[in-house]
Write a protein that binds this ligand. Sequence first.
Ligand code: DP6
Length: 331
Amino acid sequence: MDKSAVLADWIKPNNMPITSSEQFAPSNIALCKYWGKRDKQLNLPMNASLSVSLGHLGTHTRLVPIDYSADEIWLNSDRLLPSSAFCQRISAFLDLFRKPGTCSFRVTTRNSIPTAAGLASSASGFAALAKAVNESFQLELNTEQLSVLARLGSGSACRSVFKGFVEWQMGQREDGLDSHGIQLNAAWPGLCVGLVKVDASVKATDSRSGMQRTVETAHLYQSWPVQAAHDIVLLKEAIAEKDFAKLGQTAEHNALSMHATMIASWPPLVYWQPESLATMQRIWKLRKDGLAVYFTMDAGPNLKLLFEQADLDAVMRYFPDMEVIQPFGHG
Ligand code: DP6
């Protein structure tokens, strides 16, 4: 099934944008990762995932209908070449909603994510764009439908439509209308996420092709959806019980298991740099010495540390350059 068929019932007959729109969506960090698709076209996942949204860190997107024949796309005050991969992805997303040749947009995207933090912006970017399209075309979609829309841009974007802890239910339907985020009714004031930058350069293999390679070539991948399903249960228990050790351990184990499947791909997919491993070893040593700090990692060399506010000063002593976010505010 293609994206237009999925959206057919949601799109208005005249397909014209009514108004400009400016929207924000937060970045999110997965504690149980999305890795592998059962449908590449619709970004339908092989497993459910669970994330925490990063409060005010994310993407602001302004969408303005214009008279020119092509979209004009800006990223952090730079006008991008229409042929760039970023522009092509955004224009292709907008094509889902407009009749060919009828209108163009100026899309202004500003990330409040520190650019060197090694955080992906596609999740918050497509979530903000989905919200802006909803307003501009007056589609009047509810939040779950918006999450479906964001997923069609980038899988992990379906979680960035929401604040706080978010579960992406994998769903069963062929059209994916049941595969979207839902916000968990839980908060964790004082929970800290620390961004430790190892290398901010663009990664050699993006998540999209990396996960495809893993699904196609790694025998270890068979056990991934089984572990992810189990980890979701453990994470929800940890969140309900405010059991930080269980949360941290499950998130770290989940990330390392995902990386194990990547490394077992062929050609091998190793996102770590020597400093990534050195940082992991420091964290394991700190934990052995009694500090409750854990980490998670995505498809890149940087680490995201998980700890509680009570340990903020102690963790900062070892990672003075780390950017710290408290998604639920102070404890
Ligand atoms: C490792 O959502 O970027 O960050 O659906 O192809 O756009 P596409 O992939 P994307 O993959 C994110 C993978 C991850 C794990 C996660 O965020 O759950």
